[in-house]
Design a protein around this ligand. Sequence first.
Ligand code: SF4
Length: 191
Amino acid sequence: MAEELKEKSYEQPAVEEQVAEEENIPGVVTTTSQEINKFLQKTKAQDFINWGRKNSLWFMAQAMGCCGVEIIVTGMSPMDTDRFGIIPRNSPRQADVMIISGYVTKKYLPALKKLYDQMPSPKWVICMGDCSISGGPFYESYSTVQNIDEIFPVDVFIPGCPPRPEALIQGFLEIQKKIEAREDKGSGYDG
Ligand code: SF4
């Protein structure tokens, strides 16, 4: 008898059995997070969520190259990006947007990937300046990365050397439009 109890107490039902048991509880409907996600994407709830997302695009304060000076200017009071919900954050863990500005050296690329990985999803990427888009003055340089859009899912490209702060704000507005239209890459829609 004691042996039977011992066996029973350590016996764990298989996961499939547990699910089957839960599914059979009268009045209880079980589901999965994937199913909830699919449901939200098809309904107006997703529009409401996107409204919140597009109006709170916090970008990582990560000024690279000389384009970085334009990012700093964009964060200053004359531009007042706060009115669009665009606010700089010093930690990738609290940022929604990564701005890749200036040249990306092969030495810096691993750190940039790590910062991107540390950002919570959904997240968006802006490619700012000729250097990050095509290499710019550093085209085919031995030390810089040229194919940045093959490494990161870039939503918006802002050409220029350097692009003005107004152009960067326009880039943010374009991301907002994409999020609203569910055409952005950062949210990972199934379609
Ligand atoms: S695009 Fe022009 S301004 Fe921007 S980092 Fe490159 S050289 Fe500097």
